[in-house]
Unconditional design. Structure first.
Length: 609
């Protein structure tokens, strides 16, 4: 049994060590990018990248581990060629991916994913940018690197034929099976809510260092699991027709700053963006919802600015966050946050503010690696991320992490210690996420009770914030990441389901008011930046709702469908069945075509990123 265990440990460690060493070699290959990088950062790349290396080494070791378990009962010299064949195949695949990735990075600027596979229908075009001599050299290097990878494993496999029958086969079988099963831990990435993903290795505000930490084999495998050629999806209209319909709906520049009568916020104000987990308009009385669930937010809204016709773009947090921060519409079949090579190209409120000298920070009581959030926020110019690992274990009391009461206290402490410089802080709550486990019992319904708990926390927080010096020049934006299916018979496609609260408050608000324009989360970015007198030209989809030249509408998606709502009517469309689910007023055909054009142009944009 000891020989079998040593064999598996040797296989695992060999691949892990080789993956770790690939990182400095990758950086040396791209000396023009990493030549001025301090030595300490080279070690940081290897240290942070070890998570994906561990996972990939475990994936590769999984099949040899199961075969080793089988050798307890089935023995023979034929095992040696079985193992050698597997290792030779794996070595070639790893070598081909690693070297192809190193070369392609020079052209594309991101680590290898499924994108190259989209070009395999035309192999000549796929390698057109690479000189013929370089192609030959790459092929030779692939063979040499594969030989280096497989050589010790080839010799190690020869020992398999010498394995004798264990003296206690049942015990050996159980131990080896347990060892094989334990590989699931590094494969998954531990026991946290988030599974292993590329974003877990992001650690720097210099994207090139994050890229160097990525394991290219894991990156490709992860991308293949969810790869899609977006340019072929949702071809609902002729391209020319889609372009013409979309043009008056688009956002971005030229930037228009508000007149005095439409100036709601002090220009240059600090920004505190509080994203409320699963807060639904159906739970807010002033939006026609259940009374007494959000008394604090209602009071804050009466003293600030309430947006009465704001809609969530999607039904998931990852999509909601990119809609809010980047003004990028949610996709019905994908999430751009899960594609770091694409999401890094997005604009963001935090990017724009950071370029103007704002200090940026993100706070979340849960796992910041969930759905690639860390990589997204670092790419969006967030200087510091505070998450569950920064809280003592005694405070991580719920399934998702630290309850909102604790994190609001932490947020207050961060503001209390804030240096005298402009800042943007973004805070994502979590207590109103299923299973709605909160330390309060005010409502029998668990969802409403959890919302009421978070509302009580934000109420107490705002009372304390008013006493701090930063209050007078701080804008606090409360907005939901998405809604929740309450009442419980509401459907994903229903218009009312997507209605969410958005409130602007704080000492930087010039006067209270109510905004009745139709809008969605994506319009927050351009509208907020305009109020701060900061250009928003690079936000293709985000509209400044005080710009009279822009159409005012709300757009949202649900699985394989979309909704389009404005003052004139609405249309909700299911793309899978190609059927209209909801229509309002006689002009629904116009809204339907607008929604189709919008979705088609979104996927055009997504495919280009």
């Amino acid at each position: 049994m000891k020989r079998r265990i040593c064999f598996l440990v040797g296989v695992y460690c060999w691949f892990f060590i080789m993956f770790v060493l690939q990182k400095p070699l990758f950086m040396l290959f791209h000396w023009d990018i990493y030549g001025d990088t301090p030595l300490s950062e080279w070690f940081s790349v290897m240290w942070h990248g070890r998570l994906l290396d561990n996972s990939m080494a475990a994936y590769i070791t999984a099949l040899p581990a199961l075969l080793t378990v089988a050798t307890v009962w089935l023995r023979g010299k034929w095992w040696t060629p079985v193992f050698r064949t597997y290792f030779a195949l794996i070595a070639f695949v790893v070598s081909a991916i690693t070297l192809s990735d190193a070369v392609l990075y020079s052209y594309w600027g991101f680590r290898i994913d499924a994108t190259p596979l989209f070009y395999l229908a035309s192999p000549a075009d796929a390698v057109a940018s690479i000189p013929a001599w370089q192609t030959v050299v790459i092929l030779l290097l692939i063979v040499l690197y594969a030989a280096l990878l497989v050589w010790p494993l080839w010799r190690l496999s020869a020992l398999v034929a010498c394995w004798a029958k264990p003296r206690r086969p049942i015990l050996s079988f159980a131990v080896l099976l347990l060892l094989a099963a334990s590989l699931f831990i590094p494969i998954r990435g531990g026991f946290t809510v988030s599974t292993m993903n590329v974003g877990k290795v992001y650690f720097s505000d210099r994207m090139a260092l994050n890229h160097a930490a990525i394991n290219p084999v894991f990156s490709l495998m992860s991308s293949l699991a969810k790869s899609e050629d977006f340019s072929t999806q949702y071809r609902l209209l002729d391209p020319e027709e889609a372009d013409a319909i979309f043009e008056p709906l688009r956002g971005g520049g030229p930037s228009v700053f508000p007149s005095d009568s439409l100036q709601w916020v002090k220009p240059g104000a600090n920004v505190l963006l509080v994203v409320l987990e699963s807060f639904s308009g159906a739970a807010m009385e002033s939006l026609g919802g259940v009374p007494a669930v959000m008394p604090n937010l209602e009071k804050i809204a009466s003293e600030g600015i309430l947006f009465t016709r704001c809609y969530a773009n999607s039904f998931r947090t990852d999509r909601g966050l990119t809609s809010i921060l980047s003004g990028y519409p949610a996709q019905p079949t994908a999430s751009i946050m899960k594609y770091p090579s694409k999401s890094q190209s997005l604009p963001a409120i935090s990017k724009s503010l950071r370029s103007c000298g704002y200090d940026t920070q993100f706070l979340y009581g849960g796992d910041a690696d969930f759905t690639n959030m860390r990589s997204y926020f670092i790419s969006m110019g967030i200087d510091e991320i505070v998450c569950d690992k920064d809280f003592p274990l005694s405070q991580r009391l719920s399934k998702w992490g630290v309850p909102d009461g604790e994190t609001f206290d932490t947020l207050y402490g961060l503001l209390e210690e804030q240096a005298d410089e402009p800042f943007m802080k973004m805070f994502l709550t979590l207590s109103s996420h299923e299973p709605f486990d909160v330390p309060m019992n005010r409502f029998e319904d668990k969802y409403l009770n959890s919302v009421a708990y978070t509302d009580s926390c934000l109420g107490a927080f705002m009372g304390r914030l008013k006493q701090l010096p930063v209050w007078d020049n701080t804008l606090v934006v409360f907005v939901a990441d998405h809604s929740f299916r309450y009442p419980y018979n509401v459907e994903n496609h229903d218009i009312d389901y997507h209605r969410i609260p958005m409130v602007w408050a704080g000492g930087a608000v010039l006067r209270p008011g109510v905004v009745d324009e139709y809008m969605s989360q994506i319009d927050l970015a351009a509208t907020l930046l305009a109020q701060l007198h900061i250009p928003y030209d690079d936000f293709t989809f985000s509209k400044n709702i005080v710009d009279p030249a822009r159409e005012h509408f709300a757009y949202y998606t649900f699985p394989d469908g979309f909704g389009y709502v404005d003052r004139e009517g609405a249309a909700v469309y299911d793309c899978a069945s190609q059927s209209i689910l909801v229509t309002q007023n006689d002009s629904s055909a116009v809204r339907l075509n607008r929604g189709k054009a919008y979705l088609q142009k979104l996927y055009d944009d997504l495919s280009r990123r």
